[in-house]
Design a binder for this molecule. Structure first.
Ligand code: COA
Length: 344
């Protein structure tokens, strides 16, 4: 690694979760499942759902970005770039980043969308960091997903897993040794057979038949995905730790994608990271796809100290997976700016 390279650092975090709570008990009324099964197999107790009509992922993302701009006292017109990671774009085109920019009132710079399913935030963070490394001053990276728009609430194998949320971070150039240090990002297209939304793209454009066949919803072969997910996250963490000669004690926080508590537990066991140093909020929000990692950073912002070493790790459809190693760049903000435990 070139130590003289200009580095990007995270200088603020915003997030938004919609107020409506869908509990495991509610799901018991909708499909053949139980609170006990969902809790023991996934760790999820409840998730948030965007219930207001005529809203989309961009509305979740716009709320997170507005909070981020407010907390960091940033003028929207200082922003050079907005990258939005999402698996549930408002429309196939135009991209969701530009809808967010419009809703927030960002008129400067440019924006684009990244599609890498649950690894989308990591791909977008790495991409945003590269833009900062090559000269941009203020880049916003958003993960926003209205998963309820593609969840089949008659399919008990998937409807228990997902929730709606958004999270956003501001990236700026670092003038010290904190910031985004390195990443391992990988993908394998054979994974498309195990986790997908078949209908609505150029492969299966919408027809009465695709709707009848429920092709506009998520399909997942959970057991297969589970194995690849554990392996992908563990291997990418290992690569980063070896490359930077890190032991488990050199890392203050692990920030895993929140897909299944058992996957998180496996990572904890594999590296002997104590659970107290792993950010976990899956019980409250479920799997919010691209939003899980910034949502964790937002909730733990008050406990993060300048210089803390963090490993972010994710796995998603594609398959896509990877990990990012960074050093946190600021001490907890003053109470007035601190993240509330929940946004109503
Ligand atoms: N309630 C009750 N029973 C359920 C159920 C539910 N909501 N969903 C599935 N089951 C049943 C299945 O029908 C199956 O029954 P059978 O043995 O009679 O066939 C049994 O529970 C076990 O199903 P299985 O799919 O093997 O469960 P699992 O332990 O693998 O858990 C997931 C399912 C989806 C929670 C888990 O596989 C998972 O988390 N996978 C990875 C998700 C992920 O990381 N995705 C990538 C990012 S999005």
């Amino acid at each position: 690694m070139d130590v003289h390279r200009r580095r990007a650092k995270i200088t603020g975090v915003g997030a938004y979760v919609p107020p409506f709570v869908l509990t495991n008990k509610d799901l018991e009324q909708m499909v053949d499942t139980s609170d006990e099964w969902i809790t023991t197999r996934t760790g999820i107790k409840e998730r948030r759902i965007m219930t207001q009509p005529n809203t989309a992922s961009s509305d979740l993302g716009a709320e997170a970005v507005k909070q981020l701009l407010h907390k960091t006292q940033t003028d929207p017109n200082e922003i050079d770039l907005v990258i939005c990671a999402t698996a549930t774009p408002d429309m196939l085109f135009p991209d969701t980043a530009n809808v967010i920019r419009d809703k927030v009132g960002i008129r400067s710079g440019f924006g684009f969308e990244i599609s890498a399913a649950c690894s989308g935030f990591l791909y977008a963070l790495e991409t945003g960091a590269k833009f900062v490394e090559s000269g941009l001053k203020k880049v916003i990276v958003v993960g926003a997903d209205k998963m309820s728009s593609i969840v089949d609430y008659t399919d008990r194998t998937t409807c228990i897993l997902f929730g709606d949320a958004a999270g956003a971070v501001l990236l700026e150039p670092s003038d010290d040794d904190t910031g985004i240090i390195d990443s391992v990002l990988e993908s394998d297209g054979m994974g498309r057979n195990y986790l997908y939304q078949k209908g609505g793209g150029s492969y299966h454009p919408a027809t009465h038949e695709t709707v009848e066949n429920r092709e506009h919803f998520i399909y997942q072969e959970g057991r297969t995905v589970f194995k690849f997910a554990v392996n992908g996250m563990v291997q990418s963490i290992k690569k980063l730790m070896q490359r930077h000669h890190l032991s488990k004690d050199d890392i203050q926080w692990v920030v895993p994608h929140q897909a299944n508590m058992r996957i998180i537990q496996s990572i904890s066991n594999m590296f002997e990271f104590p659970l107290e140093r792993i950010m976990v909020n899956i019980h409250k929000y479920g799997n919010t796809t691209t939003a899980t990692i910034p949502l964790c950073l937002w909730e733990w912002e008050n406990q993060l100290k300048k210089g803390d070493a963090l490993i972010l790790t994710a796995f998603g459809g594609g398959f896509t997976w990877g990990s990012i190693y960074l050093r946190w760049s600021y001490d907890p903000p003053a109470t007035e700016q601190a993240s509330p435990p929940d946004v109503e």
